[in-house]
Design a protein around this ligand. Sequence first.
Ligand code: PLP
Length: 402
Amino acid sequence: MKKVYLDNASTTAIRTEVIQEMTKVMTEDYGNPSSTHSLGRAAKSILELSRKSIAKNLNATAQEIIFTSCGTEANNWILRSAVKDLQVKRIITSKIEHHAVLYTALVLEKEYDIQIDYVNVKPNGEIDITHLVELLSQETHIKKEFSSDEIKKWVPDNQNLNAFSEEKKTLVSLMHVNNETGNVLDLERIGRICQEHNVLFHSDTVQSIGKATIDLQTIPVDFIVASAHKFHGPKGVGFAFIRKNSGLQPLFFGGEQEKGLRAGTEALHQIAGMAKALDVSYTNLETEQKHIAELKSYLIDQLKIEFPEFKINGNPDGFYTVLNVLLPFAAAKTAMILFHLDMKGIAVSRGSACQSGSVKPSHVLAEMLSEEDLKKPSLRISFSHFNTKEDVDLLIEALKSI
Ligand code: PLP
């Protein structure tokens, strides 16, 4: 039976070139990058070349790339250090973020008594930018009550002045491409809004790195994160982009790796594999994007023919790799649909989670759909360049047989 893998937003198959690169590093370059002998120096050189290559692909500087064990770690680190070390007192985020952001924010709210505000989500799953501006303006209002000259009169010492003006220091955390719906946030626009309001901007770019051009000289974002297994690299490795002089402090303590920002011997083979995966992804971006976008629109066309009442969860013009659909099946079929597809060798992801027989909606769809639609089966179909039209045909056939 042919396996049809349409769950690329969960993870992706590793490219052959990446496996070759990793095998080479594991076989030949097993030195510790912190050692001073020649094997160590060779490992260090691979580490720094990987960093440079990643930075170049994102138009950043090498020193702004810090390797982590995954996207989750990078998100946790940035949010936690922003609160703990940069004195962020308020996080503005949304209820459709990945749990790596949502749960971290909730824990920080408890631990540090910070304020969390959620930007409204529109019925199509898009972030309500007008509401974001309103939330940010509340903060501006507090600042405007005191001009900096007035503050200086009362607080002559520079340090206190900072404390004063940073009383409600804010960080906005909004993801670039939503992992469930594929909705895309205009990073440049949000970045400019954050700049105008003098707040920090973090974006979870796990779903878009390697699949969309990201120019960090143009986009005014302070922090972004990546995870190699989402762009045909290995699992268990990612990175954070930390804009120069951000002041972020480490989450882990130990060795002086990553300029003291992330202790622990670097997973060199995974880092080299990640750099290779990113480089190949960006080299092939145009052709692979075209191929995947065509597959997505072919799937939409087939769904229109076979299931005319289906609906797209999210913006129909969302990211080219993801399609989340509400199928016109009875609610009772929700629980067995994935099982049925799996039996036919088709891997997709559910839009609603089934637990002990009862259907628990995904936290993202719960923000967008009506109670009734939430009970119906939603599927997330996510593509890679390895997919073919035949995969789409097999999915459609399998759905028809349900
Ligand atoms: N953020 C988003 C948007 C994701 O889709 C994922 C992966 O599912 C993560 C963060 C977590 O990444 P990782 O698996 O590397 O921890």
